[in-house]
Design a protein around this ligand. Structure first.
Ligand SMILES: NC(=O)c1ccc[n+]([C@@H]2O[C@H](COP(=O)([O-])OP(=O)(O)OC[C@H]3O[C@@H](n4cnc5c(N)ncnc54)[C@H](O)[C@@H]3O)[C@@H](O)[C@H]2O)c1
Length: 469
């Protein structure tokens, strides 16, 4: 029976893997015609891991399979499903395999990491300590961890957390202006810790560069930057489509973020450029990172127009009115001749999607919509009538959270890099973090100076590194 099952699985795995680089998504064509057989096959694919093989799926995958074999396959799939359920209900003792995490900064995002890591508990992770000077943040995190049955050590600062020697991995989710010093202290600490640092890497290019240099001396440590939009299912699918060449050479990347204003943060740190790096660094480093990925090239220069037009104008903190811009257009030129454009509006609550991404190549056009979680795809040859609309899902996601499952996938990915013990690099590395900040700094400077700003300028000249102080 095992042999037959094994045979069936091999066929299925081959069929699933064909043409799909991620092999993790679940793709349903919602509307529209087809663009070539290869694409059609992938979009028709339903993947759910071994436990999701059913007759229908096998049929869709074109697998020749006798009734007996299928019955056995289904039986085994059912056993596997039951085993997984047992694991979910009664996690195995994994003491010696457990990867121990500490979280520095347990405000909104730190707690989001805590919850995500709890959803990964059956992968052998545990959060064992936190550091935060703000008592209310500590308390909410403690309440959460108690509800998870995770005993936590609480420290007022990152130095005490490092000195405790309790964890192997540190998540840095403190306000942006604190990232630099905290990262330098972690990197220079004798005991190595792997680090997942929230975006933006730092608030200035100079600080990012110092972190990159310091980390080069600690090759035993993995440092991943939290540019997690890459993992949102529709975005990940569009990245895959572009990488597969379905759109040809990418010429234009347009990213629109239309959303609500910045939320209230602990001590209102995000209201001032000197703390956040400026809106185009703080928030838009995500989009500059995506633009660079889609364009497949490094940025050369940036031109932007933006302002403080609607939000936070009636707020005052210690006698000061917030100075963060709430809308902007940014144009980016890339080394390979492609162009990017960001359209940011933070007083657009009346928008169906928060992010709309359009990538156009010389063969076709792809679009991703968040949170609708839809991807559209068409070619110049087939025209409007054959534009495909696909629903993007990723069935590895066990917790959607605040960012459509991307934080969960980010952790899953980072954990696999940690477990690979240096064979695998972090998916989003320090260089990606640095370039995304440089693009944001160049955009902020362009608004201030009213001209194109080159990436070379912001990378090389330290006088631009404290622009937003
Ligand atoms: N990936 C994303 O999409 C995303 C979303 C939101 C926030 N973030 C990032 O996460 C980070 C935190 O943002 P947030 O929304 O959680 O802010 P927050 O204000 O809700 O929380 C920050 C927490 O850090 C604590 N803190 C401040 N200084 C500290 C220090 N030196 N050591 C330890 N703790 C300290 C504060 O007391 C607070 O509890 C920022 O870098 C932000 O840009 C990323």
């Amino acid at each position: 029976m095992n042999l037959i099952w094994h045979h069936a699985m091999v066929v299925v795995v081959m069929a699933v893997t064909d043409g799909s680089s991620s092999g993790n998504g679940r793709w349903c064509s919602v509307k529209g015609g087809k663009i070539g057989n290869k694409r059609k096959k992938r979009w028709g694919m339903i993947r759910g891991g071994d436990d999701r093989i059913d007759k229908d799926n096998l049929g869709k995958l074109g697998v020749a399979c006798g009734v007996g074999e299928l019955g056995e396959a289904l039986e085994t799939a059912e056993e596997k499903r039951r085993e997984e359920k047992r694991r979910d209900d009664h996690p195995l003792p994994m003491a010696e395999m457990t990867v121990k995490y500490g979280i520095i900064g347990v405000g909104m995002m730190g707690r989001e990491h805590l919850i995500n890591l709890h959803h990964l508990r059956n992968e052998g992770v545990a959060v064992v300590c936190i550091a935060d000077p703000h008592l209310p943040s500590q308390q909410v995190a403690l309440d959460l961890s108690q509800s998870f049955n995770w005993p936590l050590k609480v420290f007022p600062g990152h130095q005490e957390l490092l000195e405790s020697g309790l964890c192997d991995v540190v998540v840095v989710s403190t306000p942006n202006m604190t990232h630099y010093q905290i990262l330098m202290d972690i990197i220079n600490y004798p005991k190595p810790h792997h680090v997942l640092v929230e975006k933006p890497l730092c608030t200035t290019v100079m600080d990012c560069k110092k972190v990159v240099e310091a980390a080069k001396k600690r090759p035993e440590m993995l440092v991943q930057v939290g540019l997690e939009y890459r993992y949102m299912p529709p975005v990940a699918k569009l990245i895959e489509i572009v990488r597969d060449g379905a759109l040809g050479h990418i010429k234009m990347v347009a990213i629109r973020e239309h959303r609500f204003p910045f939320l209230v943060k602990v001590n209102n740190w995000n209201r001032f450029n000197c703390n956040s790096g400026g809106t185009l660094v703080e928030k838009c480093c995500h989009f500059f990172d995506l633009m660079r990925l889609f364009a497949g090239a490094n940025p050369v220069c940036v031109m932007a127009s933006g302002g403080v037009d609607v939000n936070h104008k009636d707020e005052i903190y210690d006698g000061k009115v917030p100075d963060i811009i709430d809308n902007a257009y940014v144009i980016v030129e890339f080394e390979n001749g492609s162009r990017g454009m960001l359209d940011l509006c933070m007083f657009a609550e009346g928008s169906k999607n928060e992010q709309e991404i359009s990538v156009v190549g010389d063969i076709g056009k792809g679009e991703a919509f968040v949170p609708e979680s839809i991807v559209r795809l068409g070619t110049r040859l087939e025209g409007r009538d054959d534009v495909q609309t696909l629903k993007a899902e990723d069935d590895r996601i066990k917790y959607e959270g605040l960012h459509h499952g991307s934080s969960y996938l980010e952790h899953l990915n980072f954990l696999s890099a940690i477990r690979a013990k240096g064979i695998k690099a972090p998916a989003v590395d320090l260089h990606d973090g640095l370039v995304s900040v440089a693009m944001g700094v160049a955009a902020q400077l362009s608004i201030e100076r009213g001209r194109f700003v080159t990436i070379k300028e912001v990378m090389n000249e330290s006088k631009f590194n404290n622009l937003v102080s």
